[in-house]
Design a protein around this ligand. Structure first.
Ligand SMILES: Cc1cc2nc3c(=O)[nH]c(=O)nc-3n(C[C@H](O)[C@H](O)[C@H](O)COP(=O)(O)OP(=O)(O)OC[C@H]3O[C@@H](n4cnc5c(N)ncnc54)[C@H](O)[C@@H]3O)c2cc1C
Length: 476
């Protein structure tokens, strides 16, 4: 039986460990925290909302323990504003299937215990580079899944594939309770996105807390110096919640009533900081010359704007294990290690592209798609006969034939979070964007271009007159 060591008990390390175990490998997982430490001492490393492709893998591995209790995110409600005080348009789309965001501390705790119960070994230690060298010598293969822990520096930056050399946003995440699991004007449970072209983004994700169950993970993505850039001096999570509430009152007043009574879920349930989104080489060299392979955030750090990091790690883990299985008894040499990442990148490079698309000013084809989807409200405006349910897993029940063209485009935008290969290309190619519009609406693209612009213009006039814009999916 070939022996494989994995360093790091986050999402990527634990999935890799479980999948290798089910394929009969001898697995040892090294973690700087015990299963109980995750519950009592750790911060969640992110929101980690996972879409259907990722959840399917977790189900396949028998690790889907929270499907009954966790809030199921059904869609996206996006408000796009060129600047504060001007809501230009909304998008309300449904996913084909729901997403879940589970407190990563609870997840690591449960998945570690489960790994031991299934026959994996767990060693609690903070693995240094020298120790990793020993571990690599004792195993057929060593994999680093240490997130952005120091040891990830073994993996040099891939200049050709990295777009940024500086952090793109200043981040603050707060995990809260006290808000309703609904928003007026829509009949689905969404990620509520507020995009401001000039100063950053903020979004609210239905989330499942380790002790209190359903709650919200709220993320502020500030561009330097703008009105969201208010968290630098924050000392604890309670203060972050107070500032977050104030920022929402000032900049996103339409969400203020919803969050007025929010409170922090536990003292550790928050994060702030910055990091450089980048792609690294998947192979690292140890002092002895031995080679190690990486997976998850240790290989690629993605800004959280597109909710892609954990999904990316999940897909990378699945790909890596299938490459290991296909390798059978042949050596795990450096060219093979490199090739495991190439096969991942070939299929999933769109994840990085999509995430970067969201970080950048909106492209012209992107504008055309957003204008064409204007009017989407998650299904309110579907033709008579459409099933409307407020229950979970509704997206798949709404058949394409009954949706408006605008709704189909909004839904496609949602499904692109699950698989960014679907629509990301069209955000960079006007011909492709117009084709998407024509396929969705069954009419020449310019119909939607004119219809959308007229409707959006009406909202602008209403705002100029001091009224609310009356966008679809909103009441205030
Ligand atoms: C604010 C925020 C919001 C996010 N939201 C989303 C989202 O909605 N959807 C999404 O898909 N992604 C999201 N992400 C990204 C996602 O959280 C990460 O991509 C994912 O959790 C990374 O998992 P990982 O296993 O690679 O690393 P980690 O979760 O960082 O796990 C690595 C583990 O290894 C341990 N470790 C480190 N060094 C050592 C060592 N030397 N020895 C032993 N153990 C070690 C660490 O302590 C840690 O427990 C978000 C990120 C942030 C910051």
């Amino acid at each position: 039986m070939r022996s494989i060591a994995i360093v790091g008990a986050g999402q990527a390390g634990l999935l890799t460990a479980h999948d290798l175990l089910r394929h009969g490998y001898d697995v040892t997982l090294y973690s700087d925290k015990s299963a109980d430490d995750f519950l009592t001492k750790a911060r969640p490393t992110g929101t980690a909302a996972r879409f259907d492709m990722s959840l399917a893998y977790e189900r396949e591995l028998g690790l889907d323990f929270w499907e009954d209790g966790a809030p199921k995110g059904e869609g996206i409600h996006l408000t796009f504003s060129p600047d504060a005080g001007n809501r230009l348009l909304t998008l309300v789309g449904r996913f084909s299937d729901y997403f879940l965001a589970i407190d990563l501390r609870l997840q690591s705790h449960r998945w570690m215990n489960e790994l031991e119960a299934r026959g994996g070994r767990i060693e609690i230690e903070n693995v240094t580079v020298d120790r990793l060298d020993e571990i690599a010598g004792d195993h057929d293969l060593a994999i680093v899944a240490a997130g952005r822990g120091d040891i990830h520096r073994l993996f040099p930056r891939d200049e050709a594939r990295s777009t940024y050399s500086k952090p793109q946003r200043k981040l603050c995440m707060i995990c809260t309770r006290g808000q309703p699991f609904a928003f007026p004007g829509i009949d689905l449970l969404p990620v509520k996105f507020n995009f401001f072209a000039t100063f950053g983004e903020a979004f609210w994700v239905p989330w499942y807390h380790k002790d209190h169950g359903p709650g919200w993970s709220m993320l502020f993505e500030a561009k330097e110096g703008g009105p969201l850039d208010r968290f630098d001096d924050v000392k604890d999570g309670h203060q972050a919640v107070d500032i977050g509430r104030e920022v929402i009152r000032e900049v996103m007043p339409w969400d203020y009533e919803w969050c007025r009574d929010m409170e922090l879920l536990d003292d550790n349930a928050w994060l702030k900081g910055t990091f450089v989104p980048e792609v690294r080489m998947p192979v690292g060299t140890l002092p002895s010359g031995r080679k190690v392979l990486s997976v998850g955030d240790s290989t690629m750090s993605l800004d959280p704007i597109g909710g892609q990091g954990a999904n990316n790690g999940n897909k990378m883990a699945r790909n890596l294990v299938s490459e290991i299985v296909a390798r059978a008894d042949r050596p795990y040499d450096e060219p093979w290690m490199q090739s495991t990442f190439e096969s991942f990148w070939d299929r999933h490079r769109w994840i990085d592209r999509f995430n970067n698309t969201l970080l950048e000013p909106i492209t012209d084809p992107g504008k055309e798609l957003l204008i064409a989807q204007y009017g989407s409200d998650g299904g309110h405006n579907a033709s008579p006969g459409t099933q409307k349910t407020g229950t979970q897993k509704t997206g798949a029940q709404k058949t394409g034939a009954q949706k408006t063209g605008a709704q189909k485009i909004a839904d496609l935008f949602c499904d692109n979070f699950n698989d960014p290969a679907l629509l990301t290309g069209a955000f960079h190619d006007m011909k492709a964007a117009r084709k998407v519009i024509e396929q969705a609406t069954g009419k020449p693209w310019w119909h939607s271009a004119i219809r959308g612009r007229l409707a959006i213009g009406k909202g602008q006039i209403r705002q100029k007159l001091g009224m609310n814009p009356h966008h679809p999916g909103t009441v205030n």
